[in-house]
Design a protein around this ligand. Sequence first.
Ligand SMILES: C[S@@+](CC[C@H](N)C(=O)[O-])C[C@H]1O[C@@H](n2cnc3c(N)ncnc32)[C@H](O)[C@@H]1O
Length: 379
Amino acid sequence: MLLAGFRTGNGIPDGKTRFRALLYMNRKPHRPRSRVSSGEDTLEVSEESGGSPDPSPELGPPAQGYSHAPVLLDEVVSYVPAGARLLVDCTAGGGGHAAALLERFPEAELLALDRDPHAVATLQSRLESQGSRVVIRHSTFSRLPSHLMVESADFILADLGVSSPQLDQAARGFSFLSDGPLDMRMDPGSGGPTAADIVNTWPEQELCRLFMDLGEERFSGRIAQALVYSRDQRALRTSGELARVIHQAVPFKFHRRGRHPATKVFQALRIAVNEELEELSKLLESAPGMLRPGGRLAVISFHSLEDRKVKEAFRTWENPCVCPSEIPVCVCGLTPLGRRLTKKAVAPSAAEISTNPRSRSAHLRVFEKRPEAVPEERS
Ligand SMILES: C[S@@+](CC[C@H](N)C(=O)[O-])C[C@H]1O[C@@H](n2cnc3c(N)ncnc32)[C@H](O)[C@@H]1O
């Protein structure tokens, strides 16, 4: 239900009411703290109440067993527009970016999304002290428009890819360095196919194309052939089994020091299992409409397929004109949505890479939606 239009006695929406008014949510008469509901999978950190935002209490550390260093943290915070009131973290993970944003902008409120239930539980415990400043949803960011009113957010962050706990916990099946069930779903309850379903059922040609398109793997054909041969003996069940087949399929002279030969295939499978590129396309379709005039979208990507999509979208938004170059004036009528604040992607510093090597491939791009047109003065 849409809570737009809730107002205080003087007709002016107060802080918390305004925040709630900008979100779509299932309103119940009494909202218990920390409620996880099925269906919409809503997890409320807060109770609903009026008044202005509480002063920022101490933010808790990430939950035990969840350790993820947020990348490009200072850079992300520096791109939040001054006076921002509604921040959206589409990939809140362990809450590293979210906590820094809440601390740096004590007047702002935050909508935090993540598709991983483990991350959502961590966010709940870490951000609990923030009360009604924070709303947490277990959701994919492709569904952002179902959580937020149009033109309501001042800042939207998407820190793409997987978190360190997802990579490090063998049971998630993301890593070729450990042996766990070959799952790779960021949301294991989604009911979607697992990596094991793909490697054990897809035809060889389709596996080959997948490894080529989403992994840019030069030995895609050999690897697909080896997988089909192996699964004909016995279905592949674990990340370790898959890694061993790939290790043997890639000619030894092409094994590179410091890089496991299964890296790209694991990346391709993860992207396919979680439909990561489709998710990103949907976010890029909806985000401009979710931003207020002057609001900003920041995207951190970790591989070229994602970064290319973001780069092209931002470029088109800045210059949407489709008129042939030989026409001297624009007749298509498409006007810029705003401007790129990062013509070149921002990369982590050498110091950040040395303390957090996983940040090395991060690329941050930021787009600013055009500020409201100033109405012409009447004479
Ligand atoms: C790189 S981590 C983000 C870490 C976070 N910024 C922090 O500071 O802890 C990426 C997170 O995005 C989540 N994620 C990836 N794709 C998603 C999607 N389409 N919708 C919602 N969450 C997604 C993952 O589950 C993971 O927790």
